[in-house]
Design a protein around this ligand. Structure first.
Ligand code: PLP
Length: 298
């Protein structure tokens, strides 16, 4: 569903938002798209267990836990951060995943970095037997195929399509299904130059670009300015944004409009990729640090 953002922009620019956050009450946004064909493949291969990776606040971990339960698959989450191991003190994301039956394997950041090595995979096979592996963030070619279904034929009239970028699967799907005359702008939520190459694995077209200056210090990092932007945006539009991805992307898009990045009369479509489950955990962290919290109702 596309919805016009009720803000008056200069130069006749208009912004619509695709509410992918509303496609499912729990597996919201792009994680639903990314899991669709992977779940079918796991079932096709007659696997009864899914293993995947993520941080403690990961939307992907929450989505896999829930989708696995719905499809009768066991789920194992390899979680970055050994210090989170206390099962009586899990954050809201992990508490939810556990309630869906996900089993955790907490590993140190050092070990987590080695998660794609042969020796670590062997350790997982020894511990959990045969399984279907979904990479961190859920990005693989089946995930990209699912994300190709985000745009529909009705979206062909937009000049620019903007989305948040984590591992690059979502933007790859969007690039693959966009028209050649449309420009796709990705807003990475993390620092690092590796993303261009990741995306090139999945796309052939060149009508896309990464706008790398709106990561707010890196993955999971927020500033008071960002929190206040998300709160004001919610008051003005009634559209909730998450602080890790969509908040940073929209902050960037509105900032670029103000600095005349877009030509007059541009029609911009921004993708709401979901992620709202993370707000509760972020607010707990912000409260603990005595910082302003997100006042969005989700
Ligand atoms: C995971 C996620 C992204 C990033 O998607 P990638 O395919 O990893 O680039 C963007 N927005 C939200 C809300 C997410 O949860």
């Amino acid at each position: 569903m596309n919805q016009n953002i009720p803000i008056q922009f200069s130069n006749g620019i208009s912004v619509a938002i695709k509410r992918e956050d509303l496609i499912h009450p729990i597996v919201s946004g792009n994680k639903f798209r990314k899991l669709k064909y992977n779940l079918l493949e796991a079932i096709n291969q007659k696997k009864d267990t899914i293993v995947t990776f993520g941080g403690a606040f990961s939307n992907h971990i929450a989505a896999v836990a829930y989708a696995g339960q719905q499809n009768g698959l066991k789920t194992i989450g390899v979680i970055r951060g050994e210090e989170l191991k206390d099962q009586n003190d899990l954050n809201p994301t992990l508490k939810f995943a556990k309630s869906c039956g996900m089993q955790f394997e907490f590993v140190s950041r050092e070990v987590y970095r080695l998660k794609n090595e042969e020796s670590f995979l062997k350790h997982l096979i020894d511990s959990f037997g045969d399984f279907y592996l979904i990479p961190e963030g859920g990005t693989n070619s089946l995930a990209v195929k699912g994300c190709e279904e985000i745009l529909t034929s009705q979206d062909a009239s937009f000049d620019f399509i903007c989305c948040a970028v984590g591992t690059g699967g979502t933007i790859s799907g969007i690039v693959n299904s966009a028209k050649p005359n449309q420009k796709i702008l990705g807003f990475p939520a993390l620092k690092g130059d590796f993303l261009q190459d990741e995306i090139r694995i999945f796309v052939k077209n060149n009508n896309w670009e990464l706008i790398t200056k709106y990561h707010f210090g890196g993955y999971g990092k927020v500033s008071e300015d960002l929190i206040s932007f998300i709160n004001t945006f919610y008051t003005t539009t009634k559209i909730p944004l998450d602080p890790i991805y969509t908040g940073k992307m929209l902050y960037g898009v509105l900032d670029l409009i103000e600095s005349n990045y877009f030509p007059a009369q541009s029609k911009i479509l921004v993708i709401h990729t979901g992620g709202l489950q993370g707000i509760k955990g972020m607010n707990e962290t912000l409260s603990r640090k005595n910082l302003p919290i997100l006042n969005v109702n989700v």
